[in-house]
Design a protein around this ligand. Structure first.
Ligand SMILES: C[S@@+](CC[C@H](N)C(=O)[O-])C[C@H]1O[C@@H](n2cnc3c(N)ncnc32)[C@H](O)[C@@H]1O
Length: 269
């Protein structure tokens, strides 16, 4: 399993264990960095992200294909609001978590969206922080095939100079050009949300550097005093990884420099 997948599952697990949600997306902070940099603030912001997403779902939509559905947290909340939701995602582990929390009969498909095959059709395809994983052209072709009305995407693009060259994680401009070239959809709304998302990383960094790292430092010193041989072994195996906890990465600035996070709604022409 790739480290990035493990990171994702850890995020979802924390949301599940602490808040009972299981969201694997970032937080949405319309009022900027909160006063208290806590896991609780993060949980509230992940819920706010979901609320923001729901706000832009066009009136009259009833059926949704939730693409990259994570642990099913968005799907569960959407179903609770009366939507008919089907999930498609390649992570077998997260899909198991989704099946456990979703009503019996909810479709959860173990598949990459680009390889997804079904006779079903949906009002919209929904991408909550999942669009960037998928090849742009393949994703739009599948949306054209499966969505009768359009799509909603809340996700990031890479800024010019930081785009990946493999069709995934491209620029906003490349997305606009691909939508125009395809000609199947028009853009209803397209908002830049980067400033409201970056506090996510301020909280991550604060929890890591200001809370977890000092605790781990004290823990290592204590083990060293009481169990020198075990401490030696632990340092040999984990010392360098644990040292990294003390390093500041200015991830919020870096994220905003390299990415733009957008909320986009497309409608069939
Ligand atoms: C950051 S998580 C977001 C999960 C969920 N949408 C949420 O908001 O909590 C990204 C999700 O996209 C899924 N994913 C990755 N590549 C994908 C692909 N090619 N097709 C469909 N989903 C994909 C991952 O397995 C994961 O479930």
């Amino acid at each position: 399993m790739k480290l990035k997948n493990l990171e994702l599952e850890a995020t979802a697990l924390m949301s599940e264990v602490i808040f009972g949600h299981g969201f694997a997306h970032y937080g949405y902070f319309p009022d900027g960095v909160p006063e208290v940099l806590s896991a609780e603030a993060m949980g509230r912001a992940q819920q706010a992200y979901f609320e923001k997403l729901v706000q832009v779902i066009p009136d009259g939509v009833t059926s949704i294909l939730d693409v990259g559905s994570g642990t099913g947290a968005n799907a569960r909340a959407l179903i609770a609001r009366g939507f008919d939701v089907t999930c498609v995602s390649p992570s077998v582990q997260m899909n198991e978590m989704a099946r456990a929390k979703l009503p019996t009969g909810t479709g959860v498909h173990d598949a990459l969206f680009e390889a997804f095959e079904s006779d079903a059709r949906f009002d919209i395809c929904l991408f909550a922080e999942s669009f960037h994983y998928i090849d742009l052209e393949a994703a739009l072709a599948q949306v054209n095939r499966y969505a009768t009305r359009g799509m909603v995407m809340f996700d990031y693009f890479r800024r010019p100079g930081f785009a990946h060259g493999d069709g995934t994680r491209g620029t906003h401009q490349a997305f606009l050009e691909a939508v125009a070239a395809q000609g199947a959809f028009r853009i209803v709304s397209d908002e830049d949300m980067t400033d409201a998302i970056t506090p996510t990383f301020v909280i991550h960094e604060s929890i890591k550097n200001d809370k977890v790292a000092p605790f781990i430092t004290r823990f290592r010193a204590e083990i060293g005093r009481e169990y020198p041989w075990r401490a030696w072994l632990m340092e040999k195996m984990l010392g360098r990884a644990l040292d990294k906890l003390n390093r500041r990465t200015d991830r919020a600035e870096k994220f905003a420099r390299e990415h733009e996070y957008r909320l986009v709604v497309l409608e069939r022409v």
